[in-house]
Design a protein around this ligand. Structure first.
Ligand SMILES: *Cc1c(COP(=O)(O)O)cnc(C)c1O
Length: 381
């Protein structure tokens, strides 16, 4: 079945529900009654499994072409679960250098302190990974396109190099969504999303998901999910399930508007550089065409005036773009990465990643593109 059909139908069958509810019901219940002491039933206690969460977990697995899905209380809880499931003290993880600020904080503040070596690397040249591999490396952590500068990595090539050394590969697929990029098919072992963003899509829920194909990896993730217990609640699972039904429609519009306005932004005198994988000026445009169906809804810009004051002026003049932390909603959002999404990165690391004061990250919503362009035009004037 094609993606649009899966987005609407996969993961939940109305006839399986006692009342044939067309939408997965919200099972707001901590326990499910046992008929006998030794009854075998799929649902017993909602930390272990909950029907509303299971429906979402099945849906995201289907969308990523995976066998096992898991839903967590946040994207960060999903990342934490992947790291816990794959790493032990003494192990090393190699992560892409430009990654989500929260993932950077988790790795450097919590994991590095607990005896796990964290190495950040620019993996835009896949061969760079080969030089870093050693017997202690157990996981390679990718993010493509990256937040906020939309750098890509060659997923097929990196998975191949890691697997030759017996190392597992995980990817944060939040920016692309399974509609635009399906990393399991490209060779990755573990896919993670902040469903807070495009999967939910309406800026009303915090949730994370993990999808895998391998059965022993799934068992390990299930053990962490059930033992540490950072599970997604039924209300939040429902909201993401509902959001996913229109994921493909929203993404088509996000991508169309982002490409159109990225091209227009390149012509604006107040803008020094535009970052968008769909632009022919993007150094990895060919790779983007190879591994993505379209190029996403996020465009980052360097203002010619590289200062916090200039960024703040533009952000505050914008009327239709909410100044906020998140992305991927139906409403357009502008983010000052240096102080907001990547505020937890040390200044030197930000500088090395190109996260400077005059950088703004634009998340194009599903409003009218001409209205968004007019808003940007007046804010940049
Ligand atoms: C937001 C985000 C996260 C963290 O997800 P939460 O749901 O906020 O915990 C991780 N990775 C990326 C790329 C994100 O944008």
């Amino acid at each position: 079945m094609q993606f649009a059909t899966l987005a609407v139908h996969a993961g939940y069958q109305p006839l399986d529900d006692r009342h044939h509810a067309v939408m997965s019901p919200i099972y707001q219940s901590s326990i499910f009654v046992h008929e006998t002491l030794d009854s075998q039933q799929p649902f017993s206690y909602s930390r272990s499994a909950n029907p509303t969460r299971s429906a979402l977990e099945n849906t995201v697995a289907a969308l990523e072409g995976g066998r096992f899905g898991f839903a967590f209380a946040s994207g960060m809880a999903a990342i934490d679960t992947v790291l816990r499931a794959t790493l032990q003290p003494g192990d090393e993880v190699i992560a892409v250098a430009d990654l989500y600020g929260g993932a950077y904080r988790l790795l450097t503040r919590l994991y590095a302190e607990s005896g796990i070596k964290v190495t950040f690397a620019d993996l835009r040249q896949p061969e760079a990974l080969r030089d870093l591999l050693n017997p202690a490396v157990k996981l390679v952590w990718l993010e493509s396109p990256s937040n906020p500068l939309l750098n890509l990595v060659d997923i097929v090539a990196l998975a191949d190099i890691a697997h030759q050394a017996g190392v597992k590969v995980a990817i944060d697929n939040t920016f692309a969504t399974p509609y635009l990029q399906q990393p399991l098919a490209l060779g990755v072992d573990i896919v993670m999303h902040s469903a807070t963003k495009y999967l939910g899509g309406h800026s009303d829920v915090i949730l994370g998901v993990v999808i895998v194909n391998d059965e022993s990896l799934a068992a390990r993730i299930k053990l962490v999910q059930n033992s540490a217990g950072a599970v997604a609640g039924p209300q939040d699972s429902f909201l993401v399930s509902r959001g996913i039904k229109t994921l493909h429609l929203r993404m088509d519009r996000h991508c169309q508007t982002a490409l159109q306005l990225a091209q227009w932004l390149e012509t604006q005198p107040a803008v020094e550089q535009v970052f968008y994988p769909g632009l022919t000026s993007h150094p990895q445009h060919a790779l983007a065409k190879r591994q993505m169906k379209a190029f996403g809804g996020i465009v980052s810009i360097y203002l010619k005036e590289n200062s916090r004051a200039a960024a703040e002026r533009v952000a505050q003049r914008l009327q239709l773009f909410a100044l906020g932390e998140s992305l991927g909603g139906v409403e357009s959002i502008v983010n000052h990465s240096a102080t907001m999404s990547h505020g937890s990165m040390p200044p030197a690391v930000k500088a090395a990643c190109g996260i400077r004061e005059g950088l703004l990250r634009l998340s194009f919503g599903v409003e009218d593109a001409a209205d968004l362009q007019a808003d940007l035009a007046q804010a940049l004037a």
